[in-house]
Design a protein around this ligand. Structure first.
Ligand code: SF4
Ligand code: SF4
Ligand code: FES
Length: 270
């Protein structure tokens, strides 16, 4: 018989509460953060359920972004909190997580944009390694499958392979929001319902946008081969133009448009 309720071991429990804002602090905010540690076992030896820990902090003790608050919590309140981050300026893509119901980059998300408590969970529909760290091995393997490097058969020129400014615009976008600006944070793929249900075979918007980045690169000489690679009912055509990907991209890019461009090129080729 079909079972629609969550299994007991995936139910999220209330976790620990920490209040480190002084009584007279004027700028208090509560952060409700998803916690799960595969090494934490109950008395029967089973891995403990995930929980939501609550941290009330004084915003005057940290910077303005959600990542600043997480770093403050880790440094000064609870060193066990685990999350990824590197650049702190929206370049590396490693701090992607779900904040206040939207996939975004913690380093680009101002705390004061969130009304009420700040709820933070890992990117949805990816296995969790620990706390806010998702396992991206599958998504990265899909990215590798499109062979994201320049392929050429013609002899290499004495210096670099040049491209016209117009052709470069195709990649970078007139406004810097073209496919080459993607930082592979996977906020888009993990907001796509088609990727949630068919992510084993559908490549998802992040990888498809990268496929288009190489397909549309006028220096690349494997366009036909690249189109063959993605021409597949699951890899490409599971995209139903729902547009969640474009709506959620924290860099303001348009993966849905890139996917539509690939479909157009395939239609013209027939
Ligand atoms: S398109 Fe945007 S959301 Fe998707 S991986 Fe690239 S930067 Fe992230
Ligand atoms: S347009 Fe919709 S279905 Fe297509 S990749 Fe984006 S979110 Fe997924
Ligand atoms: S820390 Fe690099 S994108 Fe946020």
């Amino acid at each position: 018989m079909a079972q629609f309720a969550l299994p007991n071991n995936s139910k999220i429990k209330k976790g620990d509460s920490y209040n480190v804002a002084k009584g007279d602090a004027k700028n208090k905010k509560m952060f409700k953060v998803y916690r799960w540690n595969p090494e934490k076992k109950d008395e029967d030896g089973k891995v403990k359920n995930p929980s939501i820990d609550e941290y009330t902090i004084d915003l005057d003790s940290c910077g303005p972004m959600v990542l600043d608050a997480l770093i403050h919590i880790k440094n000064d309140v609870d060193s066990t909190l685990t999350f990824r981050r590197s650049c702190r300026e929206g370049i590396c893509g490693s701090c992607a997580m779900n904040i206040d119901g939207t996939n975004t980059l913690a380093c680009l998300k101002p705390i004061d944009e969130v009304k009420g408590d700040v709820k933070i969970t890992p990117l949805p529909h990816m296995p969790v390694v620990k706390d806010l760290v998702p396992d991206q091995n599958h998504a990265i393997a899909q990215y590798n499958s499109i062979e994201p490097w320049m392929k050429t058969d013609s002899p290499a020129p004495a210096r670099e392979r040049l491209q016209s400014a117009e052709d470069a615009d195709q990649l970078n976008g007139h406004d810097g929001h073209g496919p080459a600006a993607c930082i592979l944070c996977f906020c888009c793929s993990t907001s796509c319902p088609s990727y949630w249900w068919n992510g084993d075979r559908f490549l998802g918007p992040a990888t498809l946008m990268q496929a288009y980045r190489w397909i549309s690169d006028t220096r690349d000489e494997a366009t036909g081969e690249r189109l063959d690679q993605v021409e597949d009912g699951f890899k490409l055509y599971r995209c139903h133009t729902i547009m969640n990907c474009t709506n959620t991209c924290p860099k303001g890019l348009n993966p849905a448009k890139s996917i539509a461009e690939i479909k157009k090129l395939l239609a013209v080729r027939k």
